[in-house]
Design a binder for this molecule. Structure first.
Ligand code: C2E
Ligand code: MG
Ligand code: MG
Length: 724
C-alpha cells in the first residue's frame, strides 16, 4: 500500500515547541502557587492553572497538527473529539499540579503521577488525532505508538521531578533553571507528539471527512493566539500573585515577629505585675491571690470534714518586718540594702516548705503563707525559728551586718476575719515591734481595736490647730550642780473637745503617719518662739527646746521657717534648741545630717533625745553636729541597777565628744544624786517640775528657788543663757 507524504512546516513546529515550553514554564510557576499556605487560594490556582496549562498543552498539539500537512488533502477536525482532547489536556494538567502541590515526591507518587499524566497526554494526543476523521482509516505502527507512550511517561516523570527539584534551587538561579527545565519539558512533550504523529500513515487517496467541520487553517491561528494570550495572562497573574504573596509573607513574618515580641513583652509585664523584681519572690498581688485560694480551700475542707480534717485545715499568715533596716540602707548604701533583702528572702524560703508562699510586699516587709497546719503552735514555732534565723549576721560586701526582725502571726480560721489576715498579721507585727523588736507576736483582737479610734482621732487632729485645741506645755531643765533652770522643753498638748487631754505619745505617731506632723510642727515652732518673746517681755529669759520629728527634718523649708519665727520674734537663734529623738535621727541619717548642718549653720542648738533607745553608737552620732544628749528615761529609772554603768559610760563618752548630758525623767532624789555623781550636766523630771502651761511655769519660776536671779535680754545675743 502506498501512503501519502506527510509534511511539516518547520516554523509551526518551532512554534509548537515554544508553546509547549511556555506551557511548561507557566506550569512550573503554578506549581508554587498551588502549594501556597492559603488553601482557598491554592485551590483557585489549581483550577485556573489546570485550565491554562491544559489549554497550553492542547494548543501545542493543535499547533503541531497545524504544522502537519498531507499533500493535496484538506484537513479539519470533528468538534466532539477536539473538545474531548482539550478536556484530556486540562485533566493532565490537573494531575500534574495536584502531584506538584504535595510535600514530598516519593517513588510511588512519582510512578502513579507519571502514569496518570502519560495516560492523559496520550489520551489527549490520540483523541486529538481521532478528531481527524479520515477515510479510509489511518494505519498505525504499534511500536512507534508504544515509543510515544514511553516518551509521554518519561516526559511526565521528568516534569514531576523537575517540579520538585526546582524547589531546592535558590531564588536567584530559580528563573533560569525554570526556563531551562521548561524548555526540556517542552521538547519532551513535543517529542511525544511528533513521535505519535510518526506512528500514523495515511493511505493514498485518503480524504478527511471532518474537513468541513473545524477547518485547521481558520481555527489554528485563533487557537494559537488565544492560548498564548491565556498562558501569558496566567503567568502575569502568577508573578503578580507571587509578588503579593511575597509581600504578604513578609508582612505575615513581621507580624509573627511583632507578635512574638509582644508576647514576650506581655510575659515580662505579667512577671512584673506578680513578681518582686529584686528578690524574685511573689509580690503583694500574687500573694493576695494565693491567700484567697488558700482561704477558699481551707473553708471547703472545713465544711466537708466538720471534725476529722479540721485539724489539718488551718493556714497562717506571717508578717515579717526587719528592725533597723533603714540605717543599714542609709549608711552602707542601697546596693548593700538590696543584698540584705535578697539574703532575707533566701533565709525565709529556706525555713518554709516548697508549697508555702514567701512574698515581698514592701521595702523590708515580707509575708508568708503557710498552709495545712495542724495547730497554731506550728506557726508560732516557725515564727520563732525565723526570728532566730534573721538575727544571725548578714555578710554584706565583706561587712557583717546585724539586723533583727519583728514578726506578727495570724492563724485562720482560729483568729479572725479571712479578709483581714494580712492587716491582722501586720497589727501583730507592730505589737512585736512595740515590745522592742527581735521577737514575734500572735494576733489578738485588741491589737486592731484602736484602729477605728485612730481614724476618728486623725479626723479631729486635722482641725486641732485651727480650732485652738493645741497648746504647748513647758517642762524645766535643771542645771545639775547649781540647781538653776537652764531652759524649758516645749511639749505639745492636745485638748480634745470630747476626750479631754490626749497624750502626744498617742497623737504624734498618727500625725507622723498621716502627714499632719509638718503643719503641727510648724505651729509648735511659731508658738514656742512667740512664747519665748512673751516671757521676755515679762522679764523671764528662758531658753526653749522644741521637739522635731523626722518628717520635719525632710521638709525643705524647715530651716527657713525656724529662722523666720526667730526673726519675727526678735530672738537669737542660740536660744532655741531642737530635740530630735535618736531613733528619728537614725531613721534617715542623711536627711538628719543635712538638716542638722543647716540648723547649726543658722545658729540653733541641737540635742539628741531619748538616747539609748535607738540602738546607735555614740561614734555614729559624732558625725552629727549636736551639742546635747538626753539620756532616756528608762535608764534613769534603772539607775540603781545595770543602767548605772551604762549611764556612766555614756556620760564619759559624751563629754569626750564635747556634748552636754541631760538626764530625762528624774523622779526621785536618789536618781538625782546618782546622776549628778555620774556627772550629768542637766536634769529634767517630775522631781523638779511637771510640764506646765506658760502661766503656771512663770508662777513656778517666780516661786521656785531655781528661778533665774537676773534678767537678761534674749534678743540677738548668743551668749545670753539663763542660769549658766
Ligand atoms: P520627750 O521629748 O522625751 O519628752 C519627755 C517626755 O517625758 C514628756 O512626755 C514628759 O512629760 C515626760 N516626762 C518628763 N519628766 C518625766 C518624769 O519624771 N517621769 C515620767 N514618767 N515622764 C516624764 P510627753 O509630754 O507625753 O511627750 C512624749 C513625747 O512626745 C516626747 O518625748 C516627744 O518625743 C513627743 N513630743 C512632745 N511634744 C512634741 C512636739 O511638739 N513635737 C514632736 N515632734 N514631738 C513631741
Ligand atoms: Mg524631747
Ligand atoms: Mg525624751
Amino acid at each position: 500500500m502506498n501512503f501519502l507524504t506527510a509534511r511539516y512546516d518547520p516554523w509551526l513546529v518551532l512554534t509548537s515547541v515554544w508553546i509547549a515550553s511556555l506551557a511548561s514554564y507557566v506550569a512550573l510557576d503554578l506549581a508554587k502557587r498551588v502549594r501556597g499556605p492559603d488553601l482557598q487560594v491554592a485551590r483557585i490556582w489549581w483550577v485556573a492553572g489546570s485550565l491554562a496549562m491544559g489549554t497550553g498543552i492542547w494548543s501545542m498539539h493543535f499547533t503541531g497538527m497545524l504544522a502537519f500537512s498531507l499533500s493535496g488533502v484538506a484537513l479539519g477536525y470533528t468538534l466532539p473529539a477536539t473538545v474531548l482532547s482539550w478536556i484530556a489536556g486540562v485533566a493532565v494538567s490537573g494531575v500534574a499540579l495536584a502531584v506538584a502541590s504535595r510535600g514530598r515526591l516519593g517513588f510511588r507518587r512519582l510512578a502513579t503521577g507519571s502514569i496518570a499524566m502519560a495516560l492523559g497526554i496520550c489520551a489527549m494526543h490520540y483523541i486529538g488525532m481521532a478528531a481527524l476523521d479520515m477515510a479510509p482509516g489511518v494505519v498505525w505502527d504499534p511500536l512507534i505508538v508504544a515509543a510515544s507512550a514511553a516518551i509521554a511517561l518519561a516526559a511526565s516523570a521528568a516534569a514531576l521531578s523537575i517540579f520538585f527539584w526546582l524547589r531546592t534551587v535558590s531564588q536567584r538561579h530559580g528563573l533560569w533553571m525554570q526556563a531551562l527545565a521548561a524548555l526540556a519539558m517542552g521538547l519532551a512533550i513535543s517529542g511525544m507528539h511528533y513521535t505519535g504523529m510518526a506512528a500514523v500513515s495515511f493511505p493514498e487517496g485518503s480524504v478527511c471527512l471532518s474537513a468541513t467541520q473545524l477547518s485547521a487553517d481558520r481555527l489554528g491561528a485563533t487557537v494559537i493566539v488565544a492560548s498564548v494570550l491565556l498562558l501569558a495572562a496566567t503567568q502575569f497573574t502568577s508573578v503578580l500573585d507571587a509578588r503579593m504573596q511575597g509581600k504578604a509573607n513578609r508582612l505575615a513574618q513581621s507580624l509573627r515577629e511583632a507578635n512574638a515580641k509582644l508576647r514576650s513583652a506581655f510575659e515580662e509585664l505579667k512577671k512584673h505585675a506578680f513578681i518582686d523584681v529584686l528578690t524574685g519572690l511573689p509580690n503583694r498581688v500574687l500573694f493576695e491571690d494565693r491567700l484567697a485560694h488558700a482561704v477558699a480551700r481551707c473553708s471547703r475542707a472545713d465544711r466537708r470534714h466538720a471534725d476529722a480534717a479540721r485539724a489539718a485545715s488551718r493556714l497562717a499568715v506571717l508578717f515579717v518586718d526587719l528592725d533597723g533596716f533603714k540605717p543599714v540602707n542609709d549608711s552602707l548604701g542601697h546596693a548593700a540594702g538590696d543584698i540584705v533583702l535578697k539574703q532575707v528572702a533566701t533565709r525565709l524560703l529556706h525555713e518554709v516548705r516548697s508549697a508555702d508562699t514567701v512574698a515581698r510586699i514592701g521595702g523590708d516587709e515580707f509575708v508568708l503563707l503557710v498552709e495545712d497546719l495542724t495547730s497554731a503552735d506550728a506557726a508560732l514555732a516557725l515564727a520563732d525559728r525565723l526570728v532566730r534565723r534573721l538575727a544571725q549576721p548578714f555578710d554584706v560586701l565583706h561587712t557583717q551586718v546585724e539586723l533583727s526582725a519583728s514578726i506578727g502571726t495570724v492563724v485562720y480560721p482560729d483568729q479572725g476575719n479571712a479578709a483581714k489576715l494580712v492587716a491582722h498579721a501586720d497589727a501583730a507585727m507592730y505589737a512585736a515591734k512595740r515590745a522592742g523588736g527581735n521577737t514575734h507576736a500572735l494576733f489578738e483582737s485588741h491589737m486592731t481595736a484602736g484602729a477605728d479610734a485612730q481614724m476618728a482621732l486623725l479626723h479631729d487632729l486635722r482641725h486641732a490647730a485651727e480650732r485652738g485645741e493645741l497648746h504647748l506645755y513647758y517642762q524645766p531643765k535643771i542645771e545639775g550642780r547649781r540647781g538653776a533652770v537652764s531652759g524649758v522643753e516645749a511639749l505639745l498638748r492636745w485638748n480634745h473637745p470630747t476626750r479631754g487631754p490626749v497624750s502626744p505619745a498617742e497623737f504624734i505617731p498618727i500625725a507622723e503617719r498621716f502627714g499632719l506632723i509638718g503643719g503641727i510642727g510648724n505651729w509648735v515652732i511659731d508658738e514656742a518662739c512667740r512664747q519665748m518673746r512673751a516671757w521676755w517681755a515679762d522679764g523671764l529669759h528662758l531658753r526653749v527646746a522644741v521637739n522635731l520629728s523626722v518628717h520635719q527634718l525632710r521638709q525643705e523649708d524647715l530651716v527657713q521657717r525656724i529662722r523666720d519665727a526667730l526673726v519675727r520674734n526678735d530672738i537669737s537663734p542660740a536660744r532655741l534648741t531642737c530635740e530630735i529623738t535618736e531613733s528619728a535621727a537614725m531613721d534617715d541619717l542623711e536627711a538628719t545630717r543635712r538638716a542638722f548642718e543647716k540648723l547649726v549653720h543658722s545658729g540653733v542648738q541641737l540635742s539628741i533625745d531619748d538616747f539609748g533607745t535607738g540602738h546607735s553608737s555614740l561614734a555614729y552620732l559624732r558625725s552629727l553636729p549636736a551639742t546635747q544628749l538626753k539620756i532616756d528615761r528608762s535608764f534613769v529609772q534603772d539607775i540603781g541597777g545595770e543602767s548605772g554603768a551604762i549611764v556612766d559610760a555614756v556620760v564619759r563618752l559624751a563629754h569626750a565628744l564635747g556634748l552636754r548630758v541631760v538626764a530625762e525623767g528624774v523622779e526621785t532624789e536618789d536618781q538625782r544624786d546618782r546622776l549628778l555623781a555620774l556627772g550629768c550636766d542637766e536634769l529634767q523630771g517630775f522631781l523638779f517640775a511637771r510640764p506646765m502651761a506658760p502661766d503656771a511655769l512663770a508662777q513656778w519660776l517666780r516661786q521656785s528657788q531655781a528661778a533665774p536671779a537676773a534678767a537678761e535680754p534674749i534678743g540677738s545675743r548668743p551668749t545670753s543663757m539663763m542660769a549658766t
